[in-house]
Design a protein around this ligand. Structure first.
Ligand SMILES: C[S@@+](CC[C@H](N)C(=O)[O-])C[C@H]1O[C@@H](n2cnc3c(N)ncnc32)[C@H](O)[C@@H]1O
Length: 356
């Protein structure tokens, strides 16, 4: 991944980065507060002249002390700059933190879903269960049954994060699926039905069945009721971790950001049951995010960071896998990889599997 096989940093760069890591939580909280307290927006508004600390303090109803500590850390974090007259302006990084949708979604996800829960990362890693869920009042170590009832703002930030990434990949993936002329698609882990909706609206003769936990199925039924073409969407409450055969009848199985929710042996077991339920000429599509398939270093960092969310908050045994490992799971389940398309949407990979 990204030439991480060499350590070519100078000693000064290395210790500077080490210090940034030591104080990363303070830097993150500063970014959150500069944004949420309105400092970044106020600086954008006055981008020509800039604003002094005291002008910001009176405009935002905060103390000069509060602005002082936040702005100084904002300088260290290269979120703002200050000129010789003490007037602050946004840097490009500050502008991205304020206006870029991906930054906004990642910041909200980290702050609202992950920050407090990461306090339980060590216990989660040692126990192999998501101990961080305790901060939301859940003691059973698995997030998924609680998704629809997560307290706000975690619930909104979780769904926004999930949808943002997968939504961007659905249209290009559907172009490939359309070429197969499928009649029945099973969407495993279909969540609130966003893929199913795009699918029935794009492919006029296809039917989609969403397979998911009962809690998500109820949410999806609610969301999709009365929408155009929703009569071609069916629902199947299924817990794929229960050792039961999967339903049959689909020529295409679709799994988007789904198998990363499981441990390797669970992935292999799920895929084996898909294999058993799939006709010999059937197709499995897997849309996944792989840190070792990213074009940008920041994207790999985001995925590796999100793996720690899986550890502390999702279930304690899943992650975003390296593609090199994931393809091994596919083969163990009796499939062969027939096609791979990297860089779909925002860094997704689309895998097309056939029975080996
Ligand atoms: C990360 S979301 C992905 C949602 C959607 N496919 C997408 O691409 O945005 C994972 C989905 O898997 C479902 N899921 C997790 N564990 C499951 C299980 N044991 N059985 C069935 N569905 C499960 C969750 O309820 C959730 O809807």
């Amino acid at each position: 991944m990204f030439g991480y096989d060499k350590d070519s940093a100078s000693a000064l760069d290395a210790i500077s980065w080490a210090q940034t890591i030591c104080f990363a939580p303070m830097l993150f909280k500063t970014a959150v507060l500069l944004k949420r307290l309105g400092v970044l927006a106020a600086l954008k508004e006055e981008r020509a002249q800039g604003l002094t600390k005291d002008e910001l303090a009176s405009q935002l109803g905060l103390s000069s002390y509060a602005l002082g500590v936040l702005l100084d850390m904002g300088l260290s974090g290269r979120i703002v700059i200050e000129d010789a007259e003490g007037r602050f302006r946004l840097t490009k990084t500050g502008q991205f933190l304020l206006d870029d949708r991906m930054c906004a979604i990642n910041l909200d996800f980290t702050e609202d879903v992950c920050y407090q829960a990461l306090e339980h990362l060590e216990a989660s890693l040692k126990l192999g269960r998501a101990e961080g869920l305790k901060v939301f009042g859940y003691d059973d170590g698995i997030l998924y049954p609680h998704l629809s009832s997560l307290p706000e703002p975690a619930r909104t930030s979780w769904f926004t994060y999930d949808h943002f990434y997968s939504d961007a990949a659905f249209a290009p993936a559907l172009k490939q699926i359309a070429a197969l002329n499928p009649t029945q698609i099973f969407d495993v882990g279909g969540n609130t039905g966003r893929f199913a909706t795009v699918c029935v609206n794009t492919l006029p003769s296809v039917s989609v069945t969403i397979l998911d936990l009962p809690e998500q199925i109820a949410l999806a039924q609610d969301k999709l009721a009365g929408l155009p073409n929703a009569d071609r969407i069916a629902f199947a409450p299924v817990n794929v971790l229960e050792d039961k055969p999967f339903p049959t009848g689909a020529d295409v199985w679709w799994m988007s950001q789904f198998l990363d929710c499981f441990a390797p042996e669970e992935i292999v077991a799920i895929l084996r049951r898909v294999h058993a339920a799939l006709p010999d000429n059937g197709t499995v599509y897997i849309l996944e995010l792989f840190p070792d398939a990213q074009r940008f270093e920041a994207a790999a960092l985001a995925l590796n960071a999100t793996s720690l969310y899986f550890s502390a908050i999702a279930n304690g045994n899943s992650r975003f896998y390296r593609a090199t490992d994931f393809i091994g799971f596919i083969e163990q389940a009796g499939f062969k990889l027939s096609a791979r398309t990297d860089d779909i949407g925002l860094g997704h990979t689309l895998l097309l599997l056939k029975k080996a």
